[in-house]
Design a protein around this ligand. Structure first.
Ligand code: MUC
Length: 96
C-alpha cells in the first residue's frame, strides 16, 4: 500500500543544539534503514522549508502509523497522510 506523507518539522527554538543534532542523527539512521528496506520509497525536501514529502510502501495503515510514531522527530512534527490508489488513466504497468 502506497502513502503520500508530508512531514513539517518544528524543533523548539530553545532545544539545546547538541540535543537537536542527536535527534536528527538518530532520525537519519532510522529513515535510511527504512529506505534500505524499501518501506520509505521516496524522500524529498520541500524547497525552502524544513519539511519533506515522502512515499511509503507498507502492508497496512497500522504499519505506517507505527513507523511514523517511532520517528525520533515525531514529537516535533506535524504529519499529513494521504492513501494512494492506482489511477485508471496511468500509463505505467506497475508502481513497483
Ligand atoms: O529532515 C526531515 O525532513 C525530517 C526527517 C526525515 C528524514 C530525516 O532524516 O529527517
Amino acid at each position: 500500500m502506497l502513502f503520500h506523507v508530508r512531514m513539517d518539522v518544528n524543533i523548539p527554538k530553545d532545544m539545546p543544539k547538541e540535543e537537536a543534532d542527536q535527534i536528527k542523527m538518530t532520525e537519519k539512521a532510522y529513515s535510511q534503514a527504512l529506505q534500505q528496506q524499501g518501506k520509505w520509497r521516496h524522500l524529498w525536501r520541500i524547497t525552502g522549508q524544513y519539511s519533506n514529502i515522502s512515499i511509503f510502501d507498507v502492508d497496512s495503515n497500522e504499519e505506517l502509523h507505527n513507523l511514523l510514531q517511532a520517528l525520533p522527530l515525531y514529537p516535533y512534527m506535524n504529519i499529513e497522510v494521504m492513501a494512494l490508489n492506482r489511477h485508471p488513466s496511468s500509463v505505467r504497468d506497475s508502481d513497483a
